[in-house]
Design a protein around this ligand. Structure first.
Ligand code: PLP
Length: 473
């Protein structure tokens, strides 16, 4: 598949972009996959990104056209897909009063947050930066919960000033600081303790498990119960709820129910002690299908949770991130070069760990497929690697792929969560642009960074003269 194929007008798919070159297919470069097998046609990238006449699309727009117009690497998000996933939560949990606090860390683009807020969701935030982002995007503070093990007093001040729904406190010392801040301001700080329920959560990587006793997150059950018991002596703290989050990319219902049972038992004991908790926050972490599979059976979880909360008159907070935006985003990247070394084949792309950290950081597996299917291309097993100077810089390892040519476009699936939000400027690389496809229109929601952006805030001071008497050579 050559650049000519890539630039072929998009197979009947409306092109949203500037005119695309229509050059003949390039078949002059020898294919290193000559002995490879002809691949099965690649699939699509799930709901929202179907393949139409061989070319990947998003809601009727050709992804090739978007790459042509906005450049690569490029994140593309499907607004309808995001809205549908929010609706799925709202419908599944309609039997209970629900605050859907979208986890901003998954994808904090202002436009994405804005649409999520318009769909009725709130925000789970972990820093003053996320708080300001969510506010700017129009999400009311009253729909925000503030988690994280290291909130500073200044962050607490600001969150109290704007009136967030609750702080989720993760240590005794943090609770003391929050109490001080609230006392100084003459207010009551709404608070829930994040409990460490000591459950093993089957997450694909141990970095994303948070519910076991040795994790840094939450307060052990016994100590948390004692802290709720101090409520009557702490007029500046409003013990409003209780919180648990056991990890991320969990596809089984059982670990949630184990954590829920632990926390519900706590709620009963805390209420018996006279502290009238209003809500239970079950966290996020609901798994999605990176390989096209179904992910966590949300409706089954909802049925079990709803009954147990209703009988206690508890409101429910959920903090989904990945399950709202993950499958609604793809990363487009262009092939720069190919090479062979040590019996391996490498495809070098213009995106790598700086654009999508999950493969190298968590061993995350993402589908990587050609944007335009070339029935002639031969399949080879390749490593798809980025330009960053790290051996750990890759998008996919040992992956059968219709062997692409320089200039070809690849799409990385399920990249809407923890994609751009974990992107970095390592190697002084500019972070990519982001496009939201909404009602058939491609909206640029973040321009591509430029080198000047990278140096903003840095200063080169004039060389400092040595202090008098300094005999340093
Ligand atoms: C406290 C908390 N809530 C919610 C989430 C969101 O998890 P996910 O994006 O897997 O739903 C996280 C993820 O790290 C988290 O730490």
């Amino acid at each position: 598949m050559g650049e000519g194929v890539l630039n072929r007008p998009g197979s009947g798919v409306p092109d949203p972009s500037a005119p695309r070159a229509d050059s003949p297919d390039s078949s002059s470069l020898p294919s290193p996959a000559a002995e490879g097998a002809t691949p099965a046609p690649p699939g699509d990238l799930g709901r929202g990104f179907p393949r139409v006449q061989g070319e990947l699309t998003c809601r009727g727009l050709s992804l090739g056209g978007l790459a042509q117009r906005f450049g690569t690497p490029l994140y593309v998000y499907d607004a309808q897909g995001i809205a549908e996933r929010i609706r799925r939560f709202q419908e599944a949990f309609q039997g209970v009063e629900l605050l859907l606090a979208y986890s901003v860390k998954a994808n904090g683009n202002l436009a994405v947050l804005n649409r999520i807020g318009l769909a009725g969701a709130g925000a789970d935030i972990v820093s003053a930066g996320e708080l300001e982002r969510a506010l700017k995007a129009g999400i009311p503070a009253s729909r925000m919960v503030f988690a994280g093990v290291g909130k500073t007093a200044q962050e607490m001040e600001r969150a109290l000033e704007v009136g967030i729904h609750a702080f989720h406190v993760e240590s005794e010392e943090e609770l003391d600081v929050l109490e001080d801040v609230a006392r100084r301001r003459g207010v009551r700080a709404p608070v829930g303790i994040r409990v460490n329920p000591d459950v093993e959560s089957p997450t694909p990587h141990h970095y994303t498990a948070t519910g076991h006793a040795t994790s840094k997150f939450g307060i052990p059950v016994t100590r948390a119960l004692e802290l709720y018991g101090t409520a009557p002596e702490r007029p500046h703290l409003w013990f409003r709820g209780i919180d648990v989050h056991i990890g991320s990319q969990i596809v089984a219902v059982e670990p949630y129910l184990a954590a829920l049972d632990t926390v519900l038992e706590m709620v009963d004991r805390i209420r018996a002690g006279g502290v009238e908790l209003e809500y239970l926050d079950l966290g996020g972490g609901f798994g999605v299908g990176y390989r096209g599979e179904a992910g966590l059976p949300l409706e089954r979880l909802a049925a079990a949770v709803t009954d147990r909360l209703r009988e206690r008159g508890l409101r429910l907070i959920l903090e989904p991130g990945r399950s709202i935006v993950g499958e609604a985003g793809v990363l487009l990247t262009r092939v720069l070069y190919r090479k062979e070394s040590g019996g391996k084949r490498f495809v070098i792309t213009d995106a790598g760990m700086t654009e999508l950290l999950r493969p190298s950081h968590y061993g995350g597996w993402h589908r990587v497929v050609p944007v335009v299917h070339d029935p002639e291309a031969l399949e080879a097993t390749v490593d798809v690697v980025g330009p960053v100077c790290e051996s750990g810089d890759f998008l996919a390892l040992d992956r059968p792929l219709a062997h692409p040519e320089p200039g070809d476009l690849l799409a990385v699936g399920t990249a809407g969560a923890y994609g751009f939000s974990m992107a970095s400027n390592y190697n002084a690389r500019c972070r990519p642009a982001e496009v939201l496809v909404e009602n058939g229109r491609p909206l640029l929601i973040r321009r591509r960074e430029e080198v000047d952006d990278l140096m903003r805030g840095e200063v080169i001071p004039p060389p400092t003269p040595p202090e008098s008497g300094d005999d340093t050579p």
